[in-house]
Design a binder for this molecule. Sequence first.
Ligand SMILES: [Fe+2]
Length: 217
Amino acid sequence: MSVETLVNAGGVRIERVVTSGVFALDGGTWEVENNIYLIGDDTDVVVIDAAHTAAPIIEAVAGRHVNAVICTHGHNDHVTVAPELGHELHAPILLHPGDDVLWKQTHPDTAHWTLDDSQRIAAAGTDIEVIHTPGHSPGSVCLYLPEVGVMFSGDTLFSGGPGATGRSYSDFPTIIGSIRDRLFALPEETTVLTGHGDGTTIAAEAPYLADWISRGY
Ligand SMILES: [Fe+2]
């Protein structure tokens, strides 16, 4: 898998690695591709999500110091190799405690550090702001870089609508509230980088909120 540079501005570089594997929940399995993002500069980096396979992520880190491995939520496809990355990269794993029930399904014997709403995490001379956005899962978070104008939405917001809420621990009215009250409060020019597939912007999605509510997904 190759590393793609998405943003390189003001000393902050955002890179994407794509890995593939299986998402499993409620007894079902689905083949999925996941985006892993790196926010960093030449010396330090923060990794967002730990999907499927460690080697291409470690390769993209390229020897830099890893401040943290942040998991946007606890679904197995976003945390698959979190313990391995934490160990290999000597980095703390951060996850909102609302998703401990999911984390323990994949990693019953590994502890993690916690994420809280409004927490700030340093990366490449800028701040990552944690926005707790429950709905896709109880502990889903989005990660906002106000100085760069980029928001990492995990599985909460995609190009074309909210993340899935049909399975255990998900709730549609809750995800709609998170998107309406927290994400659509961000500047409309904000770039949205999603946990799967291509990104979008707040401006491109906000006009469709009422449509999503009436269709129910
Ligand atoms: Fe998910």
